[in-house]
Ligand binder design. Structure first.
Ligand SMILES: Nc1ncnc2c1ncn2[C@@H]1O[C@H](COP(=O)(O)OP(=O)(O)OP(=O)(O)O)[C@@H](O)[C@H]1O
Ligand SMILES: Cc1cn([C@H]2C[C@H](O)[C@@H](COP(=O)(O)O)O2)c(=O)[nH]c1=O
Length: 202
């Protein structure tokens, strides 16, 4: 049995990831793939409880990083690994790149500590494709302000998101084989066209 592929969507809050997930899942299903759509933090019953704490309770930055990886361990064991093993494709709204970007960039937690957690929780698995939706902070902020009340992360200041975006862009340079940068200032229709072309090659 062929293993499925693992696709992750990343970007700062308001970049537009969630808008495009259903579209990409639809494209892949039309090509006959069996697709699982999931998210982080979350994706399991325990993970969703942790998500609620992570998005709304103040906590020490290391507690936050550890809970992100605890939720991820459960997500891998219950959802991601079993799905890939039986040939399904997994699309996750965020994965470990978000921990490097938010906890490492935004909160300034040591990237070495995060690498230790990554190596513990998923020493061998990496996404086959990571779509990084990139927008200037002001564009993301304006979109979020128009869309919903902010959670704990979305209330952070511009310098937090500038550092988060910087780490995302640095990781895209560090891992060019799996990252694809999507200019998310474009219209939704233009981005969909770009995604369609991009996915035709995997
Ligand atoms: N290319 C676009 N042009 C204009 N508006 C957009 C575009 N992409 C997304 N939006 C709008 O911006 C808002 C935020 O989009 P979305 O929820 O997809 O962002 P996100 O990256 O998933 O954010 P978060 O990570 O905080 O969930 C939504 O109201 C969405 O309709
Ligand atoms: C996986 C992960 C997520 N975060 C942050 C990023 C976002 O602000 C929230 C999730 O909200 P979304 O609307 O579903 O994008 O969590 C993080 O800080 N670290 C992580 O590892």
């Amino acid at each position: 049995m062929n293993k499925g592929k693992f696709i992750t969507f990343e970007g700062i809050d308001g970049a537009g990831k969630s808008t495009h997930i259903a579209y990409v899942a639809g494209l892949l299903r039309a090509r006959g793939m069996d697709v699982v759509v999931t998210r982080e933090p979350g994706g399991t019953a325990l993970g969703e409880k942790l998500r609620d704490l992570l998005l709304h309770e103040p906590m020490h930055l290391e507690t936050e990083a550890l809970l992100m990886f605890a939720a991820r361990r459960e997500h891998l064991a219950q959802v991601i690994e079993p799905a890939l093993a039986c040939g399904r494709w997994v699309i996750s709204d965020r994965f470990t790149d978000a921990s490097f970007a938010y906890q490492g960039g935004g909160r300034k937690l040591s990237l070495e500590k995060l690498a230790v957690l990554e190596n513990w929780v998923h020493p061998h698995l990496q996404p086959d494709l990571t779509l990084l939706f990139d927008v200037p902070l002001e564009v993301a902020r304006a979109r979020l302000d128009a869309a919903r009340a902010p959670d704990k992360f979305e209330q952070e200041k511009a310098d937090f998101f500038a550092a988060t975006r910087e780490v995302y862009l640095a990781r895209a340079k560090q891992f060019p084989q799996r990252f694809r940068l999507v200019d998310s200032t474009q219209s939704i229709e233009k981005i969909q066209k770009e995604l369609e072309e991009l996915l035709s090659s995997i």
